[in-house]
Design a binder for this molecule. Structure first.
Ligand code: GTP
Ligand code: MG
Length: 263
Protein backbone atom coordinates (compact mmCIF):
# COMPACT_ATOMS: atom_id res chain seq x y z
CA UNK A 1 0.00 0.00 0.00
CA UNK A 2 1.52 3.36 -1.00
CA UNK A 3 1.70 6.49 1.11
CA UNK A 4 -1.25 8.28 -0.52
CA UNK A 5 -3.52 5.27 0.00
CA UNK A 6 -2.70 5.16 3.68
CA UNK A 7 -3.30 8.87 4.09
CA UNK A 8 -6.62 9.78 5.68
CA UNK A 9 -8.35 12.90 4.37
CA UNK A 10 -10.67 14.63 6.82
CA UNK A 11 -12.91 17.47 5.74
CA UNK A 12 -13.37 20.03 8.52
CA UNK A 13 -15.84 22.92 8.27
CA UNK A 14 -15.10 26.04 10.31
CA UNK A 15 -18.30 28.07 10.48
CA UNK A 16 -19.98 30.82 12.48
CA UNK A 17 -20.99 34.41 11.96
CA UNK A 18 -18.70 37.04 10.51
CA UNK A 19 -16.24 38.38 13.07
CA UNK A 20 -16.65 35.42 15.44
CA UNK A 21 -12.91 34.71 15.20
CA UNK A 22 -12.64 31.70 12.85
CA UNK A 23 -9.77 32.91 10.68
CA UNK A 24 -7.98 34.28 13.75
CA UNK A 25 -7.83 30.88 15.41
CA UNK A 26 -6.93 29.14 12.15
CA UNK A 27 -4.03 31.55 11.58
CA UNK A 28 -2.69 31.11 15.11
CA UNK A 29 -2.97 27.33 15.26
CA UNK A 30 -1.93 26.50 11.69
CA UNK A 31 0.00 29.50 10.32
CA UNK A 32 2.12 30.75 13.22
CA UNK A 33 0.34 34.09 13.64
CA UNK A 34 0.74 35.89 16.94
CA UNK A 35 -2.60 36.76 18.64
CA UNK A 36 -1.80 40.48 18.35
CA UNK A 37 -1.42 40.15 14.56
CA UNK A 38 -4.85 38.73 13.76
CA UNK A 39 -6.35 42.22 13.66
CA UNK A 40 -4.75 42.50 10.22
CA UNK A 41 -6.99 39.76 8.83
CA UNK A 42 -9.83 40.84 6.58
CA UNK A 43 -13.24 39.20 6.36
CA UNK A 44 -13.12 35.85 4.58
CA UNK A 45 -14.69 35.86 1.12
CA UNK A 46 -16.64 32.67 0.48
CA UNK A 47 -14.49 29.68 1.55
CA UNK A 48 -10.73 29.58 2.14
CA UNK A 49 -9.34 26.08 1.83
CA UNK A 50 -6.20 24.78 3.45
CA UNK A 51 -4.69 21.32 3.60
CA UNK A 52 -2.75 20.55 6.73
CA UNK A 53 -0.68 17.42 7.01
CA UNK A 54 -0.72 15.99 10.49
CA UNK A 55 1.53 13.21 11.80
CA UNK A 56 2.41 12.02 8.29
CA UNK A 57 -0.81 10.24 7.44
CA UNK A 58 -3.64 12.60 8.35
CA UNK A 59 -4.55 15.35 5.90
CA UNK A 60 -6.91 17.90 7.40
CA UNK A 61 -8.86 19.59 4.66
CA UNK A 62 -9.95 22.78 6.43
CA UNK A 63 -12.77 24.90 4.98
CA UNK A 64 -12.78 28.33 6.62
CA UNK A 65 -16.25 29.53 5.61
CA UNK A 66 -16.76 33.30 5.57
CA UNK A 67 -19.68 34.11 7.86
CA UNK A 68 -21.29 37.14 6.19
CA UNK A 69 -25.04 36.65 5.63
CA UNK A 70 -24.80 36.32 1.82
CA UNK A 71 -22.21 33.53 2.09
CA UNK A 72 -24.16 31.71 4.81
CA UNK A 73 -27.25 31.76 2.64
CA UNK A 74 -25.32 30.41 -0.32
CA UNK A 75 -23.88 27.50 1.75
CA UNK A 76 -27.42 26.52 2.66
CA UNK A 77 -28.82 26.83 -0.87
CA UNK A 78 -26.70 26.75 -4.08
CA UNK A 79 -23.61 25.23 -2.41
CA UNK A 80 -25.47 22.97 0.04
CA UNK A 81 -24.42 19.58 -1.35
CA UNK A 82 -20.87 20.76 -2.11
CA UNK A 83 -20.28 22.20 1.37
CA UNK A 84 -21.96 19.60 3.57
CA UNK A 85 -21.01 16.36 1.80
CA UNK A 86 -18.39 14.07 3.39
CA UNK A 87 -17.76 16.26 6.42
CA UNK A 88 -15.83 14.65 9.28
CA UNK A 89 -16.00 17.58 11.70
CA UNK A 90 -17.99 20.80 11.98
CA UNK A 91 -16.52 23.47 14.24
CA UNK A 92 -19.08 26.17 14.88
CA UNK A 93 -17.68 29.32 16.46
CA UNK A 94 -19.96 31.53 18.58
CA UNK A 95 -18.87 35.00 19.63
CA UNK A 96 -19.75 34.73 23.30
CA UNK A 97 -20.39 38.47 23.57
CA UNK A 98 -22.59 38.63 20.48
CA UNK A 99 -25.67 40.81 20.86
CA UNK A 100 -27.50 38.71 18.29
CA UNK A 101 -27.43 35.37 20.04
CA UNK A 102 -30.89 34.38 18.78
CA UNK A 103 -29.85 35.03 15.17
CA UNK A 104 -26.63 33.07 15.76
CA UNK A 105 -28.67 30.14 17.11
CA UNK A 106 -30.96 30.23 14.09
CA UNK A 107 -27.93 30.14 11.76
CA UNK A 108 -26.45 27.28 13.74
CA UNK A 109 -29.60 25.20 13.66
CA UNK A 110 -29.89 25.66 9.87
CA UNK A 111 -26.28 24.56 9.50
CA UNK A 112 -26.60 21.43 11.68
CA UNK A 113 -29.78 20.45 9.85
CA UNK A 114 -27.93 20.64 6.51
CA UNK A 115 -25.07 18.66 8.03
CA UNK A 116 -27.41 15.96 9.34
CA UNK A 117 -28.79 15.44 5.83
CA UNK A 118 -25.44 14.99 4.07
CA UNK A 119 -23.00 13.88 6.79
CA UNK A 120 -24.98 12.36 9.68
CA UNK A 121 -21.85 10.79 11.19
CA UNK A 122 -19.96 14.06 11.46
CA UNK A 123 -18.74 15.24 14.85
CA UNK A 124 -19.82 18.72 15.95
CA UNK A 125 -17.78 21.02 18.18
CA UNK A 126 -19.11 24.37 19.36
CA UNK A 127 -16.57 26.91 20.51
CA UNK A 128 -17.79 29.69 22.77
CA UNK A 129 -15.13 32.09 21.69
CA UNK A 130 -13.71 35.43 22.95
CA UNK A 131 -14.14 34.28 26.53
CA UNK A 132 -11.53 36.85 27.55
CA UNK A 133 -14.25 39.48 27.10
CA UNK A 134 -16.38 37.93 29.86
CA UNK A 135 -15.58 38.75 33.49
CA UNK A 136 -13.55 35.88 34.98
CA UNK A 137 -16.06 35.20 37.75
CA UNK A 138 -18.94 34.91 35.26
CA UNK A 139 -17.23 32.64 32.73
CA UNK A 140 -18.39 29.26 34.06
CA UNK A 141 -21.96 30.46 34.38
CA UNK A 142 -22.06 32.05 30.90
CA UNK A 143 -20.47 28.96 29.38
CA UNK A 144 -22.90 26.51 31.00
CA UNK A 145 -25.95 28.61 30.16
CA UNK A 146 -25.05 29.15 26.49
CA UNK A 147 -23.89 25.56 25.96
CA UNK A 148 -27.19 24.28 27.34
CA UNK A 149 -29.14 26.54 25.00
CA UNK A 150 -27.06 25.62 21.95
CA UNK A 151 -27.30 21.88 22.71
CA UNK A 152 -31.08 22.12 22.50
CA UNK A 153 -30.76 23.62 19.01
CA UNK A 154 -28.39 20.87 17.85
CA UNK A 155 -30.98 18.67 16.18
CA UNK A 156 -29.50 15.18 15.41
CA UNK A 157 -26.27 16.12 17.20
CA UNK A 158 -27.86 17.03 20.54
CA UNK A 159 -26.35 14.11 22.43
CA UNK A 160 -22.91 14.18 20.80
CA UNK A 161 -22.06 17.88 20.36
CA UNK A 162 -19.05 19.02 22.44
CA UNK A 163 -18.46 22.48 23.83
CA UNK A 164 -15.28 24.40 24.57
CA UNK A 165 -14.68 27.88 25.93
CA UNK A 166 -11.89 29.53 23.94
CA UNK A 167 -9.89 32.72 23.56
CA UNK A 168 -6.91 33.55 21.38
CA UNK A 169 -5.35 35.22 24.43
CA UNK A 170 -4.73 32.09 26.48
CA UNK A 171 -4.06 28.38 26.15
CA UNK A 172 -7.77 27.48 25.96
CA UNK A 173 -7.40 27.67 22.17
CA UNK A 174 -4.85 24.84 22.26
CA UNK A 175 -6.94 22.76 24.65
CA UNK A 176 -9.92 22.87 22.30
CA UNK A 177 -7.97 22.20 19.11
CA UNK A 178 -6.08 19.32 20.74
CA UNK A 179 -9.40 17.59 21.45
CA UNK A 180 -10.69 18.32 17.96
CA UNK A 181 -7.61 16.97 16.19
CA UNK A 182 -7.22 13.98 18.52
CA UNK A 183 -10.40 12.31 17.44
CA UNK A 184 -9.33 12.57 13.77
CA UNK A 185 -5.93 10.89 14.15
CA UNK A 186 -6.38 7.53 12.42
CA UNK A 187 -3.76 5.55 14.34
CA UNK A 188 -3.85 7.14 17.79
CA UNK A 189 -4.01 3.83 19.65
CA UNK A 190 -0.92 2.48 17.82
CA UNK A 191 1.01 5.65 18.61
CA UNK A 192 -0.07 5.37 22.26
CA UNK A 193 1.08 1.79 22.60
CA UNK A 194 4.54 2.69 21.18
CA UNK A 195 4.72 5.68 23.47
CA UNK A 196 3.86 3.49 26.44
CA UNK A 197 6.65 1.09 25.59
CA UNK A 198 9.13 3.93 25.18
CA UNK A 199 8.05 5.48 28.50
CA UNK A 200 8.61 2.11 30.16
CA UNK A 201 12.09 1.64 28.59
CA UNK A 202 13.33 5.08 29.65
CA UNK A 203 11.43 5.06 32.98
CA UNK A 204 9.64 8.29 32.10
CA UNK A 205 7.02 9.58 34.52
CA UNK A 206 5.27 11.22 31.63
CA UNK A 207 5.84 11.28 27.88
CA UNK A 208 4.01 13.81 25.70
CA UNK A 209 4.00 13.81 21.93
CA UNK A 210 3.55 17.15 20.15
CA UNK A 211 2.90 17.75 16.49
CA UNK A 212 5.59 19.83 14.80
CA UNK A 213 3.59 22.36 12.76
CA UNK A 214 0.80 23.21 15.15
CA UNK A 215 2.56 22.37 18.47
CA UNK A 216 -0.67 20.65 19.51
CA UNK A 217 -0.39 17.63 21.77
CA UNK A 218 -1.05 14.42 19.83
CA UNK A 219 -1.17 12.10 22.80
CA UNK A 220 0.56 11.29 26.09
CA UNK A 221 1.26 8.54 28.57
CA UNK A 222 1.22 9.47 32.21
CA UNK A 223 2.52 7.30 35.04
CA UNK A 224 0.54 6.92 38.24
CA UNK A 225 2.97 9.21 40.12
CA UNK A 226 1.87 12.11 37.89
CA UNK A 227 -1.80 11.54 38.59
CA UNK A 228 -1.56 14.11 41.37
CA UNK A 229 0.29 16.74 39.35
CA UNK A 230 -1.52 20.01 40.19
CA UNK A 231 -0.62 21.57 36.81
CA UNK A 232 -3.56 19.97 35.07
CA UNK A 233 -3.30 22.39 32.12
CA UNK A 234 0.41 21.71 31.55
CA UNK A 235 -0.16 20.14 28.10
CA UNK A 236 -1.73 23.19 26.52
CA UNK A 237 0.65 25.50 28.40
CA UNK A 238 3.54 23.67 26.78
CA UNK A 239 1.80 23.94 23.38
CA UNK A 240 1.57 27.67 23.89
CA UNK A 241 5.26 27.92 24.92
CA UNK A 242 6.41 25.81 21.97
CA UNK A 243 4.41 28.00 19.65
CA UNK A 244 5.91 31.22 21.06
CA UNK A 245 9.36 29.71 20.70
CA UNK A 246 8.64 28.69 17.12
CA UNK A 247 7.39 32.18 16.30
CA UNK A 248 10.50 33.84 17.72
CA UNK A 249 12.73 31.41 15.81
CA UNK A 250 10.82 32.28 12.64
CA UNK A 251 11.51 35.98 13.36
CA UNK A 252 15.24 35.33 13.80
CA UNK A 253 15.28 33.36 10.55
CA UNK A 254 13.61 36.15 8.61
CA UNK A 255 16.01 38.74 10.10
CA UNK A 256 18.95 36.61 8.98
CA UNK A 257 17.39 36.37 5.56
CA UNK A 258 17.02 40.14 5.29
CA UNK A 259 20.63 40.67 6.34
CA UNK A 260 22.22 37.98 4.20
CA UNK A 261 22.56 39.91 0.87
CA UNK A 262 25.10 42.36 2.46
CA UNK A 263 28.60 40.98 1.63
P1 GTP B 1 -15.40 36.21 8.68
O1 GTP B 1 -14.18 35.85 7.91
O2 GTP B 1 -16.01 37.49 8.22
O3 GTP B 1 -16.41 35.11 8.72
O4 GTP B 1 -14.94 36.47 10.23
P2 GTP B 1 -14.03 35.55 11.16
O5 GTP B 1 -14.91 34.69 11.97
O6 GTP B 1 -12.98 34.87 10.35
O7 GTP B 1 -13.39 36.62 12.15
P3 GTP B 1 -11.85 37.02 12.32
O8 GTP B 1 -11.03 35.83 12.68
O9 GTP B 1 -11.43 37.77 11.13
O10 GTP B 1 -11.89 37.89 13.65
C1 GTP B 1 -12.55 39.11 13.80
C2 GTP B 1 -11.96 39.87 14.98
O11 GTP B 1 -12.15 39.18 16.20
C3 GTP B 1 -10.44 40.09 14.84
O12 GTP B 1 -10.22 41.47 14.74
C4 GTP B 1 -9.84 39.57 16.11
O13 GTP B 1 -8.94 40.49 16.67
C5 GTP B 1 -11.03 39.34 17.05
N1 GTP B 1 -10.83 38.13 17.86
C6 GTP B 1 -10.61 36.88 17.41
N2 GTP B 1 -10.49 36.02 18.44
C7 GTP B 1 -10.63 36.74 19.58
C8 GTP B 1 -10.60 36.42 20.98
O14 GTP B 1 -10.41 35.28 21.43
N3 GTP B 1 -10.81 37.45 21.85
C9 GTP B 1 -11.02 38.74 21.44
N4 GTP B 1 -11.20 39.66 22.37
N5 GTP B 1 -11.04 39.08 20.13
C10 GTP B 1 -10.85 38.10 19.20
MG1 MG C 1 -12.56 34.78 8.36
Amino acid sequence: MNRSQRQKQRKVLLMGKSGAGKSSMRSIVFSNYLPKDVRRLGATIDVEHSNIRFMGNLMVNLWDCGGQDGFMESYLTQQREHVFASVAVLIFVFDVESREFQADILNYSNIVRALAESSPNAKVFCLLHKMDLVLAKRRNHVFAEKADYIRKASDEFESTVEFHATSIWDQSLYRAWTQIIYQMIPNASTIESYLERLAHIISARELILYERTTCLMVTRVTGSAEGVNPFYDRYERISSMLKTNKQSLACVQSLKFVRSPRH
